[in-house]
Design a protein around this ligand. Sequence first.
Ligand code: NI
Length: 171
Amino acid sequence: MANRPIVIYGDPVLREKAEPVKEIDREIKNLVADMITTIQDANGLGLAAPQVGVSKRIFIVDLSALDLAESLRVFINPDNPEILEKSGEVVLEEGCLSFPGIYQKISRPEQVKIRATDIDGNLFEMEASGMMARAILHEYDHLEGKLFIDYLSSISRALIKGKLKKLSAAS
Ligand code: NI
């Protein structure tokens, strides 16, 4: 297992729609193992394959630092998360490993349901709320080439324009 460099905003791979995983072979298992070391090393809560430069439909969520009952979860070829509670939009400060130093208040649904395949090839379904729901929605977006800054108002976006420019210039 090795760390892979995290792709920073400005890299076109972050805007691509990721390809489905055809088979969970050695290459995919190595990728997931590397993503796990990478997220742990970066103290991240979530990481999608495009963020390590691989345009495949895989993401991981690890909320174990916030909740001891939680463990790291791997989502392969997830379905579009189903919103269970539309009335429960919650505004929380959000960040992304591809946007170092940028944290913004983003509104997201409180409860979702998602179906995906795990690393052993088993299909699973889970209902999630709170931070887990937020992480799932954020990471799923990465597979669609969507980024959390896309949810900002034009004013909020204008306020971080300089920071974004610096990130994309360095990437
Ligand atoms: Ni992100």
